[in-house]
Design a protein around this ligand. Structure first.
Ligand code: GTP
Length: 335
């Protein structure tokens, strides 16, 4: 299996955490999301990966190189300018001026998921369409891209973020696809285009078969602060098979990296991650929060449902709630 992973977005909704770190590299319970994704793909039989990069591209080169350390043949392909999710697929699938043959797995790089990509791949081959979209059910689809399919599992319509009460289905695009070369050929070269807005409606209008692959695997988009905290919480609480936090569990659901110092008069509420080198002062309360590395929380501060980037500091008696605090420093510990 060959995979293209889309990792070139600006990650604006996760600012300031993404000011100097691309969204797919933010740590989830101490380990970059992309590292978790690449490990999982390797274990599922993927051998060849193309990272479709744009924003802060150098960070991917620095961390993953040629992928050998993860048992992958990794290529990092940088668009000259952002081409959108479809334009990026077209660009990354083109080798030496030619589109590569055979089907290609395409994944959003900002989803923590246990999706079985080998099963998605097999489903695509059996369904015989030009493209297959992994879909999952949600209770409220209003914030998502809805994918409507018929009894035979063929996609019939798309609906982007439907208003309450107007959704045609509660199955949503879960950011994983398989494309035949003929589908990728439909994307214009060197032009900005989106999968959901441009390619899929065009394929349907042309009468092409797009198959839906329903799955019930864990899947969490980390692109918002709430989504990012939810993904961390799931790993910290041991709810995701195969995904472990970095460090040691100092109390149920509370994990600490190397060299963390916690004052005995501090209170920690799970799920919480304290990255390596973090210092927590007396009288501090930390609830359901994710601290990257070398964070300092001075005495009597309260940190609740918050994310603190590497090297950040919370001053004495500060109240920090529902907030992300950025920094100029990046996480340094290789995971
Ligand atoms: P926001 O700015 O917060 O919307 O985030 P985003 O820019 O990452 O956009 P979105 O969450 O819609 O992107 C879904 C996936 O596609 C992410 O993994 C992005 O990194 C990736 N992506 C989005 N736009 C591009 C692009 O123009 N080029 C490439 N290579 N990847 C992209």
């Amino acid at each position: 299996m060959r995979a293209i992973i889309l990792v070139g977005g600006l990650g604006t909704r996760l600012r300031p955490l993404t000011d100097n770190l691309p969204k797919p590299l933010v740590p989830i319970a101490g380990v970059p999301l992309m590292t978790r994704t690449l490990r999982r793909l390797q274990a599922q039989g993927v051998r060849e990966v193309v990272l479709a990069v744009q924003y802060l591209a150098a960070a991917f080169h620095k961390r993953y190189g040629d992928g050998a350390a993860l048992g992958l043949r990794l290529r990092i392909v940088e668009e000259p300018q952002p081409l959108g999710t479809a334009g990026a697929v077209r660009y990354a699938a083109t080798l030496a001026g030619e589109l590569s043959d055979g089907p290609t797995l395409v994944l959003n790089g900002d989803e923590l998921t246990t999706l079985d990509v080998a099963a998605l791949w097999r489903h695509h081959q059996t369904a015989g369409g030009l493209a297959t979209i992994a879909v999952r059910q949600v209770v409220d689809p209003t914030a998502f891209g809805v994918v409507v399919s018929d009894a035979a599992g063929r996609v019939t319509a798309f609906q982007e973020k439907p208003a309450a009460g107007t959704a045609l289905a509660n199955t949503i695009n879960s950011g994983a696809y398989v494309f035949e070369r003929a589908a990728i050929e439909q994307i214009p070269a060197a032009t900005f285009a989106m999968l959901e807005r441009d390619l899929f409606p065009q394929l349907l209008a042309d009468g092409a078969i797009i198959a839906a692959y329903p799955h019930s695997a864990y899947s969490q988009d980390i692109g918002t602060l709430a989504g990012y905290l939810a993904a961390n919480a799931a790993v910290l609480l041991g709810q995701i098979p195969g995904e472990r936090p970095l460090g040691r569990e100092v109390a149920p659901g509370i994990w600490a990296g190397a060299g963390v110092q916690i004052d005995p008069a501090a209170t920690l509420v799970a799920p919480t991650m304290l990255g390596a080198g973090t210092q927590v002062g007396p009288g501090v309360l930390i609830e359901r929060s994710v601290l990257w590395e070398r964070v300092t929380i001075e005495s009597d501060a309260t940190v609740r449902d918050a994310v603190l980037a590497t090297g950040s500091r919370v001053a004495r008696a500060t109240l920090l709630v529902d907030q992300a605090v950025g920094s100029q420093q990046n996480p340094t510990i290789e995971a």
